[in-house]
Ligand binder design. Sequence first.
Ligand SMILES: [Zn+2]
Length: 107
Amino acid sequence: MTMTNMKCDVCQVGDAIGVASTSLPFSCAYCVTCAQHGADPEWMMNYYLFDVANGDPDMIKAGVIHTFKDGQYMSFHEWVKLQPVDVAAIEFQKSRYEKFMGASDGE
Ligand SMILES: [Zn+2]
């Protein structure tokens, strides 16, 4: 639930000024600074990486998606570089995607 502590859902530090839409159709509390940066909550980076890009960061257009982590704003690609490489999770996502695409071909 958003705004329960009146803090920003993106940085968890700034005072919430209101609720606004993220880059996906999802709303969360924003502080002034995060709203001006157009930043998304960090959990959305995982969503972009695994459910949108199927584990391939290059599927996301550079410079479009931003988040806040460890006290600074960063792009999606900067965030990806900080993540431990979880090859098993990437392979699982790719196999799930391929299975889904196969199923949608009428099988
Ligand atoms: Zn904030």
